[in-house]
Design a protein. Sequence first.
Length: 440
Amino acid sequence: MGHADYLALVDPDTAFWSLVARDRLSDAMGDGPLLRAYRRKAAAFAREMDLLRFGLKPSAVYFNPTERCNLNCSYCYIPDGMRSGGNHMPRERLLDALQRLKDYFKRTLPAGAVPQIIFHGAEPLLVRDSVFAGIDAFRHDFRFGVQTNATLLDDAAVEFLAERDVSIGISLDAPGRAIADRTRKDWSGQGVHGKVLEAMDRLRGYEAWSVICTMTRENARQLTGMVELLHRREVPTCLMNIVRCTLPPSREVKPADAPAAKAFLAALDRSYELYRETGRKLVVGNFANVLLAILAPTARRLMCDISPCGGGRCFFAVTPSGDMFPCSEFIGIEALRGGNLFRDEVEQVLESGPFQLVTGRSVDAIDPCRRCAIRHFCGSPCPAEAHEMNGGMNRTGAFCELYEEQIRYAFRLIADGREGAYLWDGWDRGTKTTFELGGR
Ligand code: SF4
Ligand code: SF4
Protein backbone atom coordinates (compact mmCIF):
# COMPACT_ATOMS: atom_id res chain seq x y z
CA MET A 1 0.00 0.00 0.00
CA GLY A 2 3.06 2.28 -0.07
CA HIS A 3 3.22 3.11 3.64
CA ALA A 4 6.56 3.42 5.39
CA ASP A 5 5.54 1.54 8.55
CA TYR A 6 2.53 -0.65 7.77
CA LEU A 7 1.48 -3.40 5.41
CA ALA A 8 -2.12 -4.33 4.69
CA LEU A 9 -3.04 -8.00 4.97
CA VAL A 10 -6.31 -8.79 3.18
CA ASP A 11 -8.37 -11.94 2.93
CA PRO A 12 -9.78 -11.41 -0.58
CA ASP A 13 -12.77 -13.70 -0.02
CA THR A 14 -14.24 -11.89 2.97
CA ALA A 15 -12.57 -8.45 2.50
CA PHE A 16 -11.27 -8.79 6.07
CA TRP A 17 -8.09 -6.77 6.48
CA SER A 18 -5.53 -5.88 9.06
CA LEU A 19 -2.75 -3.32 9.15
CA VAL A 20 0.44 -4.88 10.39
CA ALA A 21 3.67 -3.09 11.30
CA ARG A 22 6.33 -4.10 8.80
CA ASP A 23 8.57 -5.48 11.53
CA ARG A 24 5.70 -7.61 12.93
CA LEU A 25 4.73 -9.30 9.67
CA SER A 26 6.15 -12.71 10.52
CA ASP A 27 4.32 -12.66 13.89
CA ALA A 28 1.07 -11.79 12.13
CA MET A 29 1.44 -14.50 9.51
CA GLY A 30 2.28 -17.21 12.04
CA ASP A 31 -0.34 -19.09 13.98
CA GLY A 32 -0.66 -16.20 16.46
CA PRO A 33 -3.53 -14.24 18.00
CA LEU A 34 -4.52 -12.44 14.76
CA LEU A 35 -5.09 -15.52 12.64
CA ARG A 36 -6.64 -17.47 15.51
CA ALA A 37 -9.12 -14.65 16.24
CA TYR A 38 -9.84 -14.20 12.54
CA ARG A 39 -10.54 -17.89 11.98
CA ARG A 40 -13.21 -17.74 14.67
CA LYS A 41 -14.94 -14.91 12.81
CA ALA A 42 -14.23 -15.75 9.18
CA ALA A 43 -17.50 -17.60 8.53
CA ALA A 44 -19.55 -14.68 9.89
CA PHE A 45 -17.60 -12.23 7.71
CA ALA A 46 -18.16 -14.43 4.68
CA ARG A 47 -21.91 -14.48 5.38
CA GLU A 48 -21.98 -10.70 5.71
CA MET A 49 -20.15 -10.28 2.39
CA ASP A 50 -22.53 -12.76 0.77
CA LEU A 51 -25.54 -10.85 2.03
CA LEU A 52 -24.13 -7.59 0.68
CA ARG A 53 -23.33 -9.16 -2.69
CA PHE A 54 -26.36 -11.33 -3.25
CA GLY A 55 -29.01 -10.68 -0.60
CA LEU A 56 -30.16 -7.09 -1.14
CA LYS A 57 -33.40 -5.96 -2.76
CA PRO A 58 -33.90 -2.83 -4.85
CA SER A 59 -34.61 0.26 -2.78
CA ALA A 60 -34.05 3.00 -5.37
CA VAL A 61 -35.02 3.89 -8.94
CA TYR A 62 -33.28 6.15 -11.42
CA PHE A 63 -36.29 7.65 -13.12
CA ASN A 64 -35.78 9.35 -16.49
CA PRO A 65 -38.90 11.46 -17.15
CA THR A 66 -37.62 12.61 -20.52
CA GLU A 67 -35.26 11.35 -23.19
CA ARG A 68 -34.33 14.88 -24.17
CA CYS A 69 -31.61 17.13 -22.93
CA ASN A 70 -30.84 20.77 -23.66
CA LEU A 71 -27.13 19.88 -23.60
CA ASN A 72 -24.92 17.68 -25.76
CA CYS A 73 -22.09 16.66 -23.42
CA SER A 74 -19.36 14.71 -25.12
CA TYR A 75 -19.38 11.70 -22.76
CA CYS A 76 -23.13 11.26 -22.22
CA TYR A 77 -24.25 7.62 -21.99
CA ILE A 78 -27.61 8.33 -23.64
CA PRO A 79 -27.52 8.07 -27.44
CA ASP A 80 -27.61 11.56 -28.99
CA GLY A 81 -30.63 10.84 -31.20
CA MET A 82 -32.66 10.23 -28.05
CA ARG A 83 -31.37 13.35 -26.32
CA SER A 84 -32.07 15.64 -29.26
CA GLY A 85 -35.46 14.36 -30.40
CA GLY A 86 -36.71 11.85 -27.86
CA ASN A 87 -39.93 11.69 -25.87
CA HIS A 88 -41.13 13.31 -22.69
CA MET A 89 -43.19 11.25 -20.26
CA PRO A 90 -46.65 12.85 -19.97
CA ARG A 91 -47.62 13.97 -16.48
CA GLU A 92 -50.41 11.40 -15.97
CA ARG A 93 -48.06 8.65 -17.10
CA LEU A 94 -45.39 9.82 -14.66
CA LEU A 95 -47.88 9.74 -11.79
CA ASP A 96 -49.02 6.28 -12.87
CA ALA A 97 -45.40 5.08 -12.95
CA LEU A 98 -44.72 6.38 -9.44
CA GLN A 99 -47.88 4.63 -8.20
CA ARG A 100 -46.68 1.34 -9.73
CA LEU A 101 -43.29 1.76 -8.10
CA LYS A 102 -44.91 2.58 -4.77
CA ASP A 103 -46.98 -0.61 -5.02
CA TYR A 104 -43.90 -2.66 -5.91
CA PHE A 105 -41.86 -1.37 -2.97
CA LYS A 106 -44.79 -1.94 -0.65
CA ARG A 107 -44.71 -5.60 -1.65
CA THR A 108 -40.97 -6.02 -1.21
CA LEU A 109 -39.52 -3.62 1.40
CA PRO A 110 -40.02 -3.92 5.15
CA ALA A 111 -42.68 -1.69 6.70
CA GLY A 112 -41.30 1.77 7.39
CA ALA A 113 -38.56 1.61 4.74
CA VAL A 114 -38.72 4.61 2.40
CA PRO A 115 -37.37 3.93 -1.10
CA GLN A 116 -35.65 6.55 -3.18
CA ILE A 117 -36.56 8.01 -6.57
CA ILE A 118 -33.87 9.97 -8.36
CA PHE A 119 -35.09 11.98 -11.34
CA HIS A 120 -32.21 11.62 -13.68
CA GLY A 121 -30.87 12.42 -17.12
CA ALA A 122 -31.31 13.22 -19.84
CA GLU A 123 -32.44 16.56 -18.27
CA PRO A 124 -35.38 16.06 -15.88
CA LEU A 125 -36.07 19.78 -15.44
CA LEU A 126 -37.17 19.93 -19.08
CA VAL A 127 -40.39 18.39 -17.71
CA ARG A 128 -40.29 20.24 -14.45
CA ASP A 129 -44.07 20.59 -13.98
CA SER A 130 -44.57 16.83 -14.21
CA VAL A 131 -41.60 16.07 -11.97
CA PHE A 132 -42.72 18.56 -9.34
CA ALA A 133 -46.28 17.20 -9.47
CA GLY A 134 -44.85 13.71 -8.84
CA ILE A 135 -42.78 14.93 -5.90
CA ASP A 136 -45.81 16.59 -4.32
CA ALA A 137 -48.14 13.66 -4.92
CA PHE A 138 -45.74 11.06 -3.48
CA ARG A 139 -43.73 13.08 -0.97
CA HIS A 140 -44.66 10.72 1.90
CA ASP A 141 -43.85 7.58 -0.07
CA PHE A 142 -40.37 8.24 -1.45
CA ARG A 143 -37.21 10.18 -0.72
CA PHE A 144 -36.65 12.20 -3.88
CA GLY A 145 -33.52 13.39 -5.61
CA VAL A 146 -32.95 15.32 -8.83
CA GLN A 147 -29.80 15.03 -10.92
CA THR A 148 -29.66 18.01 -13.26
CA ASN A 149 -27.25 19.84 -15.49
CA ALA A 150 -28.27 22.95 -13.47
CA THR A 151 -29.01 25.16 -16.48
CA LEU A 152 -32.74 25.24 -15.61
CA LEU A 153 -32.31 25.42 -11.87
CA ASP A 154 -33.77 28.85 -11.23
CA ASP A 155 -34.79 30.43 -7.91
CA ALA A 156 -38.29 28.94 -7.97
CA ALA A 157 -36.96 25.44 -8.68
CA VAL A 158 -34.42 25.62 -5.85
CA GLU A 159 -37.08 26.91 -3.48
CA PHE A 160 -39.52 24.14 -4.42
CA LEU A 161 -36.94 21.37 -4.06
CA ALA A 162 -35.32 22.69 -0.87
CA GLU A 163 -38.71 23.10 0.85
CA ARG A 164 -39.32 19.40 0.23
CA ASP A 165 -35.83 18.21 1.23
CA VAL A 166 -35.16 16.89 -2.26
CA SER A 167 -31.48 16.14 -2.75
CA ILE A 168 -30.04 18.00 -5.72
CA GLY A 169 -27.05 16.89 -7.77
CA ILE A 170 -25.60 19.18 -10.42
CA SER A 171 -22.75 18.72 -12.87
CA LEU A 172 -19.58 20.75 -13.38
CA ASP A 173 -16.30 19.46 -14.76
CA ALA A 174 -13.72 22.17 -14.16
CA PRO A 175 -13.22 25.39 -12.19
CA GLY A 176 -12.64 27.53 -15.30
CA ARG A 177 -14.84 28.09 -18.31
CA ALA A 178 -12.26 27.09 -20.92
CA ILE A 179 -11.95 23.48 -19.78
CA ALA A 180 -15.46 22.97 -18.35
CA ASP A 181 -17.04 24.06 -21.63
CA ARG A 182 -15.05 21.54 -23.66
CA THR A 183 -17.17 18.62 -22.46
CA ARG A 184 -20.41 20.24 -21.28
CA LYS A 185 -22.11 22.38 -23.91
CA ASP A 186 -25.45 22.93 -25.58
CA TRP A 187 -26.44 21.75 -29.06
CA SER A 188 -24.99 24.88 -30.66
CA GLY A 189 -21.64 24.22 -28.96
CA GLN A 190 -21.99 26.98 -26.34
CA GLY A 191 -20.65 26.10 -22.89
CA VAL A 192 -22.79 26.37 -19.76
CA HIS A 193 -20.16 26.99 -17.09
CA GLY A 194 -21.53 30.41 -16.14
CA LYS A 195 -25.07 29.11 -15.70
CA VAL A 196 -23.88 26.32 -13.43
CA LEU A 197 -22.00 28.78 -11.21
CA GLU A 198 -25.18 30.86 -10.93
CA ALA A 199 -27.08 27.76 -9.81
CA MET A 200 -24.34 27.04 -7.27
CA ASP A 201 -24.89 30.51 -5.79
CA ARG A 202 -28.57 29.69 -5.38
CA LEU A 203 -27.80 26.40 -3.65
CA ARG A 204 -25.31 27.79 -1.16
CA GLY A 205 -26.38 26.97 2.38
CA TYR A 206 -28.65 24.06 1.39
CA GLU A 207 -27.47 20.85 3.02
CA ALA A 208 -28.59 18.25 0.51
CA TRP A 209 -26.78 19.16 -2.67
CA SER A 210 -23.72 17.88 -4.42
CA VAL A 211 -21.67 18.43 -7.55
CA ILE A 212 -20.67 15.67 -9.93
CA CYS A 213 -17.40 16.22 -11.74
CA THR A 214 -16.73 13.68 -14.47
CA MET A 215 -13.02 12.97 -14.83
CA THR A 216 -11.89 12.94 -18.46
CA ARG A 217 -8.72 13.54 -20.40
CA GLU A 218 -9.83 17.16 -20.73
CA ASN A 219 -10.05 18.03 -17.04
CA ALA A 220 -7.70 15.57 -15.28
CA ARG A 221 -5.22 18.33 -14.54
CA GLN A 222 -7.98 20.58 -13.18
CA LEU A 223 -9.16 18.36 -10.35
CA THR A 224 -7.17 20.08 -7.62
CA GLY A 225 -8.47 23.47 -8.77
CA MET A 226 -11.94 21.93 -8.85
CA VAL A 227 -11.66 20.90 -5.21
CA GLU A 228 -10.62 24.46 -4.34
CA LEU A 229 -13.59 25.94 -6.17
CA LEU A 230 -16.08 23.53 -4.62
CA HIS A 231 -14.70 24.06 -1.14
CA ARG A 232 -14.73 27.84 -1.57
CA ARG A 233 -18.36 27.67 -2.62
CA GLU A 234 -19.24 25.52 0.41
CA VAL A 235 -20.38 22.50 -1.54
CA PRO A 236 -21.05 19.79 1.07
CA THR A 237 -20.30 16.77 -1.14
CA CYS A 238 -18.93 16.18 -4.58
CA LEU A 239 -18.44 13.10 -6.73
CA MET A 240 -15.34 12.90 -8.89
CA ASN A 241 -16.38 10.02 -11.10
CA ILE A 242 -14.15 8.66 -13.81
CA VAL A 243 -15.86 8.87 -17.19
CA ARG A 244 -17.79 5.69 -18.05
CA CYS A 245 -16.58 4.45 -21.42
CA THR A 246 -19.77 2.64 -22.40
CA LEU A 247 -20.38 4.52 -25.66
CA PRO A 248 -17.73 5.31 -28.31
CA PRO A 249 -17.88 9.14 -27.91
CA SER A 250 -17.00 8.90 -24.22
CA ARG A 251 -13.91 6.83 -25.11
CA GLU A 252 -12.63 9.85 -27.05
CA VAL A 253 -12.10 11.64 -23.72
CA LYS A 254 -10.93 8.62 -21.72
CA PRO A 255 -7.84 9.50 -19.69
CA ALA A 256 -5.06 6.96 -19.21
CA ASP A 257 -5.25 5.10 -15.90
CA ALA A 258 -2.02 6.30 -14.25
CA PRO A 259 -2.38 10.08 -14.81
CA ALA A 260 -6.05 9.90 -13.83
CA ALA A 261 -5.08 8.18 -10.56
CA LYS A 262 -2.33 10.72 -9.89
CA ALA A 263 -4.67 13.67 -10.49
CA PHE A 264 -7.44 12.14 -8.40
CA LEU A 265 -5.17 11.47 -5.42
CA ALA A 266 -3.72 14.99 -5.65
CA ALA A 267 -7.28 16.34 -5.48
CA LEU A 268 -7.94 14.21 -2.39
CA ASP A 269 -4.74 15.57 -0.81
CA ARG A 270 -5.98 19.09 -1.48
CA SER A 271 -9.37 18.38 0.11
CA TYR A 272 -7.52 17.24 3.24
CA GLU A 273 -5.34 20.37 3.32
CA LEU A 274 -8.41 22.58 3.00
CA TYR A 275 -10.08 20.74 5.84
CA ARG A 276 -7.02 21.27 8.03
CA GLU A 277 -6.88 24.95 7.10
CA THR A 278 -10.57 25.76 7.56
CA GLY A 279 -12.15 22.98 9.64
CA ARG A 280 -14.75 22.51 6.88
CA LYS A 281 -14.98 19.31 4.85
CA LEU A 282 -15.61 18.83 1.19
CA VAL A 283 -16.45 15.12 1.08
CA VAL A 284 -15.48 13.42 -2.18
CA GLY A 285 -18.34 10.96 -2.10
CA ASN A 286 -17.04 8.25 -4.43
CA PHE A 287 -13.76 8.08 -2.50
CA ALA A 288 -15.60 8.18 0.84
CA ASN A 289 -17.50 5.16 -0.45
CA VAL A 290 -14.23 3.30 -1.07
CA LEU A 291 -13.19 4.09 2.50
CA LEU A 292 -16.52 2.76 3.73
CA ALA A 293 -16.08 -0.38 1.65
CA ILE A 294 -12.95 -1.00 3.72
CA LEU A 295 -14.10 0.26 7.13
CA ALA A 296 -17.75 -0.74 7.20
CA PRO A 297 -18.68 -2.68 4.05
CA THR A 298 -22.42 -2.72 4.61
CA ALA A 299 -22.53 1.05 5.28
CA ARG A 300 -21.45 1.98 1.77
CA ARG A 301 -23.82 4.30 -0.07
CA LEU A 302 -22.85 3.82 -3.71
CA MET A 303 -22.90 0.49 -5.43
CA CYS A 304 -20.42 0.59 -8.31
CA ASP A 305 -17.50 -0.81 -6.31
CA ILE A 306 -19.03 -4.09 -5.23
CA SER A 307 -19.62 -7.11 -7.41
CA PRO A 308 -22.24 -7.73 -8.61
CA CYS A 309 -22.72 -3.97 -8.75
CA GLY A 310 -25.95 -2.34 -7.69
CA GLY A 311 -27.40 -2.25 -11.22
CA GLY A 312 -30.56 -4.37 -11.33
CA ARG A 313 -30.28 -5.58 -7.76
CA CYS A 314 -30.12 -2.46 -5.49
CA PHE A 315 -31.77 -0.15 -7.99
CA PHE A 316 -32.91 -0.02 -11.59
CA ALA A 317 -33.61 2.62 -14.22
CA VAL A 318 -36.92 3.55 -15.86
CA THR A 319 -37.15 5.46 -19.13
CA PRO A 320 -39.95 7.82 -20.30
CA SER A 321 -41.63 4.94 -22.14
CA GLY A 322 -41.51 2.81 -18.98
CA ASP A 323 -38.72 0.59 -20.27
CA MET A 324 -36.62 -0.82 -17.47
CA PHE A 325 -32.84 -1.24 -17.50
CA PRO A 326 -30.57 -2.50 -14.72
CA CYS A 327 -28.80 0.88 -14.63
CA SER A 328 -28.97 4.15 -16.56
CA GLU A 329 -25.66 3.17 -18.17
CA PHE A 330 -27.58 0.62 -20.29
CA ILE A 331 -30.31 2.94 -21.54
CA GLY A 332 -30.51 2.69 -25.31
CA ILE A 333 -28.89 -0.78 -25.44
CA GLU A 334 -31.84 -2.92 -26.54
CA ALA A 335 -30.24 -6.21 -25.46
CA LEU A 336 -30.14 -4.94 -21.87
CA ARG A 337 -33.80 -3.86 -21.70
CA GLY A 338 -35.49 -6.12 -19.15
CA GLY A 339 -39.15 -5.16 -19.61
CA ASN A 340 -41.60 -2.32 -19.18
CA LEU A 341 -43.06 -0.83 -16.03
CA PHE A 342 -46.50 -0.36 -17.64
CA ARG A 343 -46.74 -3.84 -19.11
CA ASP A 344 -44.77 -6.15 -16.83
CA GLU A 345 -44.54 -6.91 -13.13
CA VAL A 346 -41.40 -5.34 -11.69
CA GLU A 347 -40.53 -8.65 -10.00
CA GLN A 348 -40.57 -10.41 -13.40
CA VAL A 349 -38.37 -7.77 -14.99
CA LEU A 350 -35.82 -8.17 -12.20
CA GLU A 351 -35.64 -11.87 -13.10
CA SER A 352 -35.40 -11.26 -16.85
CA GLY A 353 -32.42 -12.38 -18.92
CA PRO A 354 -31.00 -8.87 -19.43
CA PHE A 355 -31.15 -8.12 -15.71
CA GLN A 356 -29.59 -11.46 -14.87
CA LEU A 357 -26.77 -10.74 -17.28
CA VAL A 358 -25.83 -7.76 -15.11
CA THR A 359 -26.73 -9.08 -11.66
CA GLY A 360 -24.93 -12.33 -12.51
CA ARG A 361 -21.66 -10.60 -13.41
CA SER A 362 -19.34 -11.62 -10.63
CA VAL A 363 -15.79 -10.48 -10.00
CA ASP A 364 -15.02 -14.11 -9.08
CA ALA A 365 -15.35 -15.08 -12.76
CA ILE A 366 -13.37 -12.24 -14.34
CA ASP A 367 -9.71 -12.47 -15.20
CA PRO A 368 -7.53 -11.09 -13.62
CA CYS A 369 -9.94 -9.69 -11.00
CA ARG A 370 -10.74 -13.11 -9.52
CA ARG A 371 -7.16 -13.29 -8.24
CA CYS A 372 -7.08 -9.66 -7.04
CA ALA A 373 -6.69 -9.09 -3.29
CA ILE A 374 -8.90 -5.99 -3.33
CA ARG A 375 -11.67 -7.32 -5.55
CA HIS A 376 -14.38 -6.68 -2.92
CA PHE A 377 -13.26 -3.07 -2.46
CA CYS A 378 -13.15 -2.41 -6.21
CA GLY A 379 -15.82 -4.69 -7.70
CA SER A 380 -14.33 -4.51 -11.20
CA PRO A 381 -16.68 -1.84 -12.57
CA CYS A 382 -18.37 -1.30 -14.85
CA PRO A 383 -20.45 -4.02 -16.52
CA ALA A 384 -21.69 -1.56 -19.13
CA GLU A 385 -18.10 -0.84 -20.17
CA ALA A 386 -17.20 -4.52 -20.03
CA HIS A 387 -20.14 -5.38 -22.29
CA GLU A 388 -19.96 -2.52 -24.74
CA MET A 389 -16.27 -1.68 -24.86
CA ASN A 390 -14.46 -4.89 -23.97
CA GLY A 391 -16.73 -7.51 -25.49
CA GLY A 392 -18.61 -9.23 -22.69
CA MET A 393 -19.74 -9.31 -19.09
CA ASN A 394 -16.85 -11.54 -18.09
CA ARG A 395 -14.36 -8.85 -19.11
CA THR A 396 -12.91 -6.02 -17.03
CA GLY A 397 -14.10 -2.44 -17.39
CA ALA A 398 -12.11 0.55 -18.59
CA PHE A 399 -9.95 1.23 -15.53
CA CYS A 400 -8.03 -0.86 -13.01
CA GLU A 401 -5.01 1.10 -11.81
CA LEU A 402 -7.22 3.99 -10.73
CA TYR A 403 -9.11 1.68 -8.37
CA GLU A 404 -5.92 0.03 -7.11
CA GLU A 405 -4.31 3.36 -6.36
CA GLN A 406 -7.25 4.79 -4.49
CA ILE A 407 -7.56 1.67 -2.36
CA ARG A 408 -3.85 1.86 -1.48
CA TYR A 409 -4.35 5.54 -0.64
CA ALA A 410 -7.34 4.67 1.55
CA PHE A 411 -5.28 2.14 3.52
CA ARG A 412 -2.50 4.70 4.01
CA LEU A 413 -5.02 7.16 5.48
CA ILE A 414 -6.36 4.50 7.81
CA ALA A 415 -2.81 3.64 8.92
CA ASP A 416 -2.24 7.32 9.74
CA GLY A 417 -5.61 7.71 11.49
CA ARG A 418 -6.78 10.36 9.00
CA GLU A 419 -9.79 8.61 7.49
CA GLY A 420 -12.37 10.66 9.43
CA ALA A 421 -11.33 13.80 7.53
CA TYR A 422 -12.56 12.22 4.28
CA LEU A 423 -15.90 10.92 5.53
CA TRP A 424 -19.26 12.49 6.29
CA ASP A 425 -19.70 13.49 9.93
CA GLY A 426 -21.60 10.73 11.67
CA TRP A 427 -20.70 8.15 9.02
CA ASP A 428 -20.44 5.47 11.70
CA ARG A 429 -23.85 6.08 13.23
CA GLY A 430 -25.56 2.70 13.36
CA THR A 431 -22.38 0.71 12.73
CA LYS A 432 -20.79 -1.58 15.29
CA THR A 433 -17.33 -3.00 15.80
CA THR A 434 -17.27 -6.72 15.07
CA PHE A 435 -13.55 -7.38 15.40
CA GLU A 436 -10.81 -5.57 17.26
CA LEU A 437 -7.31 -6.70 18.05
CA GLY A 438 -4.32 -4.59 19.00
CA GLY A 439 -4.24 -0.89 18.12
CA ARG A 440 -2.49 1.69 16.06
S1 SF4 B 1 -20.91 -0.26 -12.12
FE1 SF4 B 1 -21.85 0.58 -14.02
S2 SF4 B 1 -23.74 -0.64 -14.35
FE2 SF4 B 1 -23.06 -0.95 -12.23
S3 SF4 B 1 -24.16 0.57 -10.99
FE3 SF4 B 1 -22.17 1.48 -11.53
S4 SF4 B 1 -22.57 2.62 -13.45
FE4 SF4 B 1 -24.30 1.20 -13.18
S1 SF4 C 1 -10.30 -3.96 -11.86
FE1 SF4 C 1 -8.18 -4.14 -11.09
S2 SF4 C 1 -8.31 -3.47 -8.92
FE2 SF4 C 1 -10.40 -3.94 -9.62
S3 SF4 C 1 -10.75 -6.08 -9.03
FE3 SF4 C 1 -10.00 -6.08 -11.16
S4 SF4 C 1 -7.78 -6.36 -10.99
FE4 SF4 C 1 -8.53 -5.70 -8.94
